[in-house]
Design a protein around this ligand. Structure first.
Ligand code: FRU
Length: 494
């Protein structure tokens, strides 16, 4: 049965969504049908189609009582909007249907597990949030909330852990056929942790253990966990709030961590071996992954974070986009990310140059655009022959964004300072890349209002949004010293 609150949201998005022209949206990145979008939810394969749900407030371009928006795709790049899937319409989710995930059941139905949020009055008259895990089951379009909700509540939280910061269940199947889920939580030391729950049928859940925790080293609340095997190791992703920078790592405050180690389901234990940041740009948070039928682990994230989500044109009728879905691998112990290979099917006209000498600012005929997939290889003309290489994009008479590489320090810098924002938000990020004797390979994917950069075949990714007028579509190259350049650019046809 569709509740009044859900029907109202569905009518609203149907009516208002029609007024947003395609020309105002990204071409191949998912964007909110109308209103506000944050975390991806329920990113999964169901009956041969990819499903993407997300945190959604259709009624304004600001965060509000959370609904779940919904879309499906056959190639992870063209998304068809479906009606909103969930609205806050029950006592246990009155204040919002927060993040969660989806899985196919044996009987063909799709199960959604999400965080129901309600406010609870404290003895002193103030209020606190009460977060529990709830189920809705459906056919891929319509979902019925489970009569026994919530299925995981405060009684299933270990002693000393928060019942107010207890959210974002991510479901998976264990090799023995049982269901597992990881949930973000806050501990008595006020920092984050990930809890593990197990179920035989997907409906009745048992707490099994603490997988990992921050001990105040990697931020406070750990949001939006995900757990999966990858190339012989296990990966636990989480998005901590309020991380402190270490060197050039973890500068975003709200960023995403990749914990690499071993997961033992029987002991409900995760042994952490290494930690790395997932994205070195400005706008990336709360990723979720799925496994494709051909065995690829694909990650998609909200292309913002809580500190950057006020930086957009205020007149926009929609706000919030997802990153490109990215294929994940592990190589030399580090997470590699590259755009899904499906992107190649959208490649249009190709223009390529080889071994172009660059020093003063140079433009190359045919190399421009705001909807492109471009790979640039830079190398010194002779050992040590350049100190700085700079690539400007979304370049017009007043604006540009840029990538700059200094081989001496192996430092890569992304900047949107001159992109047209007239606010003092964060506009710059730097990261260290692997030293390859002055060579660097940069794949830059632009989609009108965003740039995603994949360095040296995915060893690092840097993501940012910007709202420079679309007429600013120039690209230029320059070097201090003498560099050589190969460029291959494809237009992308939506
Ligand atoms: C992460 C998050 C989640 C929560 C959701 C609310 O961005 O804070 O922890 O479920 O957003 O919209």
């Amino acid at each position: 049965m569709v509740s009044d609150a859900l029907q109202k949201a569905r009518d609203y998005e149907e009516r208002l969504g029609a007024f947003i022209e395609d020309a105002q949206r990204p071409v191949f990145h998912y964007s909110a049908r109308v209103g506000w979008l944050n975390d991806p939810n329920g990113f999964s394969l169901y009956k041969g189609e990819y499903h993407l749900f997300h945190q959604y407030h259709p009624y304004s371009n600001q965060w509000g009582p959370m609904h779940w928006g919904h879309a499906v795709s056959k190639d992870l790049l063209h998304w068809e909007y479906l009606p909103a899937a969930l609205a806050p319409d029950q006592g246990y989710d009155r204040s919002g249907c927060f993040s969660g995930s989806a899985i196919a059941l044996e009987d063909g139905r799709q199960l959604l597990l999400y965080t129901g949020v309600r406010e609870e009055a404290k003895e002193d008259g103030t209020k606190r949030s009460c977060q529990t895990q709830c189920i809705a089951v459906g056919d891929g379009v319509n979902y019925e909330k489970y009569a026994q909700n919530p299925v995981i509540d405060g009684r299933d939280v270990p002693q000393g852990f928060s019942k107010s910061d207890f959210r974002d269940p991510k479901l998976f199947r264990n090799p023995d056929g049982s269901f597992g889920c990881v949930v973000g939580c806050r501990t008595e030391d006020e920092s984050g942790a990930i809890l593990y729950y197990r179920s035989e049928d997907g409906f009745s859940w048992r707490y099994r253990g603490i997988l990992d925790r921050s001990y105040n080293e990697y931020g406070r609340m750990w949001e939006c966990p995900d757990l999966f095997p990858l190339d012989g190791e296990d990966i636990l992703l989480t998005s901590p709030q309020d991380m402190s920078p270490v060197g050039l790592e973890f500068h975003n405050g709200n960023g995403t961590l990749c914990l690499i180690g071993d997961w033992d389901e029987e002991k409900a234990a995760f042994t952490r071996r290494r930690v790395q940041a997932v994205d070195y740009g400005i706008d990336f948070y709360a990723p979720q992954t799925l496994l494709t039928e051909d065995g690829r682990r694909i990650m998609i994230a909200w292309m913002q974070n809580w500190d950057t989500c006020t930086s957009y044109p205020s007149e926009a009728k929609w706000f919030g986009q997802m990153t490109l879905p990215r294929e994940l691998r592990l190589r030399d112990g580090r997470l590699l990310q590259n755009p899904v290979r499906e992107l190649e099917a959208l490649h249009g006209r190709r223009i390529a140059y080889e071994s172009v000498p660059v020093s003063a600012e140079t433009v190359l005929q045919g190399i421009y655009g705001r909807v492109i997939d471009m790979t640039v290889r830079v190398r010194p003309q002779s050992p040590g022959s350049y100190e700085l290489f700079r690539l400007k994009f979304a370049r017009g008479s007043h604006h540009f964004s840029s990538l700059s590489y200094r081989p001496g320090s192996s430092m890569l810098h992304i900047s949107r300072k001159m992109s047209g924002f007239n606010r003092d938000f964060v506009h710059d990020r730097r990261c260290l890349v692997r030293d390859r004797g002055g060579e660097i390979k940069l794949r830059l994917v632009l989609d009108r209002f965003s740039a995603e950069v994949f360095v040296n075949d995915g060893e690092q990714a840097l993501t940012m949004t910007f709202y420079t007028p679309l007429t600013a579509d120039g690209i230029s190259f320059e070097a201090h010293g003498n560099a050589l350049l190969d460029v291959e650019k494809y237009e992308i046809i939506g």
